[in-house]
Design a protein. Structure first.
Lengths: 270, 267
């Protein structure tokens, strides 16, 4: 399985690479009885370095959301370990989760609270200090000031996504998990959001694990991609050079090849 | 335990109450109706019986305290249901909040909302029907405390049921107080019940409280050992309820139910 030495997007030969903010080792998830059921994730290992944006790609049902759920601590792995900021999730759940945050299109914030109220509640849950200043920063960053006192349920899906991202950055996480963060946003806003997340990751050295079905987006934003198929990582590399290595002209073509013939990947070997 | 994380839950509930009359009205409407209904019922019974039995503190007071216990339970469950109704489990349980903190937050919310209900009931019962809390003497506080602890235990057990069986199981929760009422001896003495029901009643802390209330207002003393038994049972049930919830939560995390709660079951 691919888990080479920690990679850092801006590592130099003079400085040792910083330790990963997320390290996943031999992670497995089996749903249902041991001898029946489904093995959704099959012993995957990977890491995300500070400031690095890593895409977790794969068709629906490949195991991406299962992997993210395990990293978020809402799904217990069958085997393997997850370390966040050097803290074991299994042994110090609360401390480890204080270093994370996430945004997912399937987990909108409660629609019956205003933007301010939601962010205030989650600031308490994540232990955010100096909330007024941090609130102003994230409202600024996501252009949400005018919606400050609007109930989230009244916002458009794109605006709700921005509120979700504001929540995700509230506690300055060391690892940010984004499950299709721009899925419901128009192309212009999506570009702004991508730029914002990329700047945030670079400036704060936050590692980002990003899932998306938009290969253009992945090429534009991510430092590294991992292709997940049937619960295993079968390809990993730079999204800009990886397609050519496998004789494909675009990342989307490579994605389709992997999706259609994941077990025949040997034929694609460079 | 982290106080800020605990306070996040009552704060969320306060925001919801501030913005919704539909949530505020039930805090006092049903208990007011109950007090008015049982207040007149008590007056009527008092006019029929030619005894010195004090119906107001014995019956109306018992109804008031049973309603308080019900409000405590519903305070816990309603705060939990807010996460169910808004599909917020993933957001909440992916934060650093721990299980004891989450439960403490629900209990604190329940304390606040049930005290509002208690205040309204006391006002209606005293002003409208002359209920005098001095009739319970020094036993008032222990009685209220036992009922509060029992309400908490019921609330935590109820949310464990809903977490385990999905949002539709909400309908198992609402009738719980009505199911307990016959055994809790709210309206009549324990001796009225047939022997098997008495056995069940002795397992419920409220039955000791209501027996004690009737004894005190009749001028008799209440056995301290019975009060101790009521406390012990209430604390035992809280521990048991927490254990059940922790087991159910662990099951939900193992099976993926937290992440896919709207599906109700992962099997």
């Amino acid at each position: 399985m691919p888990d080479a030495a920690p990679h850092h997007p801006r590592a130099t030969h003079d400085l040792p690479a910083p330790p990963p903010v997320l390290r996943v080792e031999n992670l497995r998830k089996h749903y249902g009885p041991i001898h029946a059921g489904v093995e959704a994730v099959r012993g995957i290992s990977f890491h995300v370095c500070p400031g690095e944006i890593v895409a977790l790609l794969g068709i629906n049902g490949a195991g991406k959301t299962t992997t993210i759920s395990m990293i978020l601590g809402v799904l217990e792995p069958t085997a393997g370990s997850i370390t966040i900021g050097g803290i074991s999730l299994a042994h110090h759940r609360s401390r480890a989760l204080a270093c994370t945050n996430f945004a997912a299109v399937y987990a909108p914030l409660p629609g019956n609270l205003t933007v301010y109220q939601n962010l205030r509640v989650f600031a308490l849950l994540y232990g955010v200090h100096n909330f007024p200043a941090r609130l102003a920063e994230v409202l600024d960053a996501f252009d949400l000031h005018r919606f400050r006192d609007t109930k989230c349920g009244l916002l458009s899906s794109g605006e709700q996504t921005r509120v979700g991202l504001a929540k995700a950055m509230l506690n300055r996480p060391r690892i940010l998990l984004l499950d299709e963060p721009t899925a419901s946003i128009d192309p212009a806003s999506a570009r702004d959001i991508r730029s914002l997340i990329r700047d945030f990751a670079r400036r704060t050295h936050t590692g980002v694990l990003w899932t998306s079905h938009n290969m253009y987006e992945v090429e534009e934003v991510c430092d590294r991609v991992m292709f997940l198929s049937q619960g295993e990582i079968i390809l990993e590399g730079d999204p800009r050079s990886l397609p050519a290595q496998y004789g494909k002209s675009t990342l989307e073509e490579l994605f389709i090849s992997v999706a259609r013939e994941p077990l025949d990947l040997g034929a694609l070997q460079p | 335990m982290n106080l800020a994380r605990i306070l996040a839950l009552p704060l969320r509930q306060l925001y919801l109450y501030r913005g919704s009359a539909a949530r505020v009205v039930p805090l006092f409407a049903w208990v007011t109706i109950d007090m008015v209904l049982w207040g007149f019922m008590t007056k009527f019974l008092g006019s029929l019986a030619h005894t010195s039995y004090r119906f107001v503190p014995a019956l109306l007071g018992a109804v008031l305290f049973f309603d308080f216990m019900t409000r405590v339970m519903q305070g816990v469950t309603t705060a939990f249901f807010e996460d169910v109704w808004s599909r917020n489990f993933l957001n909440v349980f992916a934060t650093p909040i721990t299980m004891p903190e989450y439960i403490s937050g629900l209990l604190l919310t329940s304390l606040a909302t049930s005290l509002v209900g208690l205040g309204v009931m006391i006002a209606v019962a005293t002003i409208g029907f002359g209920l005098n809390f001095a009739a319970y003497g020094a036993m008032l506080l222990p009685f209220v405390l036992v009922l509060f602890l029992t309400g908490m235990a019921l609330g935590v057990t109820a949310i464990a049921i809903v977490l385990r069986f999905g949002p539709a199981a909400e309908w198992f929760v609402w009738p719980i107080p009505a199911l307990l009422a016959p055994f809790a001896c709210v309206y009549y003495p324990l001796a009225t019940l047939p022997a098997p029901m008495q056995w069940l009643a002795r397992l419920l802390p409220p039955s000791y409280v209501f027996e004690g209330m009737r004894a005190v207002v009749s001028g008799h003393s209440f056995n301290g050992e019975l009060l101790t038994a009521a406390f012990a049972l209430a604390i035992l049930y809280i521990l048991l309820a927490y254990w059940i919830f922790a087991r159910v939560f662990r099951h939900a995390v193992q099976t993926g139910l937290i992440a896919r709660y709207s599906a109700e079951t992962v099997s």
